[in-house]
Design a protein around this ligand. Structure first.
Ligand code: PPE
Length: 306
């Protein structure tokens, strides 16, 4: 893991402030109770300047996460959008990861977060391949976790809430401690749900499938992007639940996520997946790179130039 390198600015509560000044108090409510909703967005250098990928979809999910948690964000959607654009401009970095976060701030403690003031920040930093350059190319080794994914009766997975990531961290640490790169979580019905920070797809006999929203997943923007690509590529696609053993016998398995991009999984629980070639995953990776870098005709509307 590479330490974050400071950039000039962070947007905090309506203003661009110098990076070292974007601080909170130790009695920040969210630090104690996990009451924060966030987003992860990527920006890519293109010949027309930095392009933020599917900004509106990410902001829509951000606002939905806040709504699920009764959190009142004291900024209008256009202001949040402008904050992201202003931040990219202020930092002069074309390829970066943006992290909007809204959280219960300093001023009140106790379990009713609606009493605490809501603070909002957008930070950005340079973030390379989430599961490593080699993992992106050669595929990663995944472990099905002994931890069950949170479900909508406990912590709604469709809200990107900080608290959900305690569950993710348990799974991630378990996988890493066992010598794997990443985890795969089953839901409380025993079906495959997602990774700690990624959605998951499988390919079998040229049919591509991914668990439905009802399996208890975050509805990934990258997942949606890939689903649209499958139609473009004329591939058969289904949203359906699948089991752990169906992963073992897949021809290809891959993760999708803003941080992870499209990452092949070459092994699940010590079983090699398919032949080790990932023809469909590779096609999707190429299309995704083209879309994010502004080289895919017909998908310009996904880009917000800063
Ligand atoms: N599921 C989970 C649980 C998840 O956290 C992510 C994103 C996804 C699916 C994919 O969603 P999308 O990015 O919209 O395609 N995880 C973010 C946080 C990663 C982190 O470690 O921090 C991300 O990829 O930005």
């Amino acid at each position: 893991m590479v330490a974050i390198r400071a950039l000039p600015k962070i947007w905090l509560d309506g203003q661009l402030v110098p990076w070292p000044e974007a601080k909170v108090h130790v009695l920040t409510h969210a630090l104690h109770y996990g009451y924060a909703v966030f987003e992860g967005i990527r920006c890519h250098a293109t010949p027309r300047g930095p392009a933020i990928f599917r900004l509106d979809e990410h902001l829509e999910r951000f606002l939905n996460s806040a709504k699920i948690y009764r959190m009142r964000i004291p900024f209008r959607p256009e202001e949040l959008r402008q904050a992201c654009v202003d931040l990219v401009r202020a930092n002069g970095l074309g390829t970066a990861y943006l992290r909007p976060i809204a959280f219960s701030g300093y001023g009140e403690m106790g379990l009713d977060p609606t009493k605490a003031p809501v603070q909002v920040a957008v930070a950005m930093w340079a973030w390379g391949a989430y599961l490593g350059e080699e993992g992106q190319r050669r595929g990663v080794r995944a472990l099905v976790s002994s931890w069950t994914r949170v479900d909508s009766r406990m912590l709604p997975p469709q809200a990107k809430c900080a608290a959900n990531y305690a569950n993710s961290a348990l799974a991630k640490m378990e996988a890493v401690a066992a010598g794997y790169d990443e985890a795969i979580l089953l839901n409380s019905a025993g079906m495959v749900s997602e990774g700690p920070g990624e959605n998951i797809f499988r390919v079998k006999h040229d049919v591509v499938s991914t668990p439905p929203a009802s399996s208890g997943i975050l509805r990934g923007v990258t997942r949606d992007t890939v689903i649209q690509f499958l139609a473009d590529e004329g591939l058969v696609f289904r949203r359906n639940d699948f089991t752990r053993e169906e992963l073992f016998t897949s021809d290809e398995v891959f993760y999708t996520g803003t941080a992870a991009g499209i990452t092949p999984i070459r092994e699940v629980d010590g079983r090699p997946i398919g032949t080790g070639e990932y023809p469909i995953t590779r096609r999707l990776q190429a299309r995704y790179a083209a879309a994010t870098e502004g080289r895919l005709a017909g998908r310009e509307s996904w880009l917000t130039f800063a």
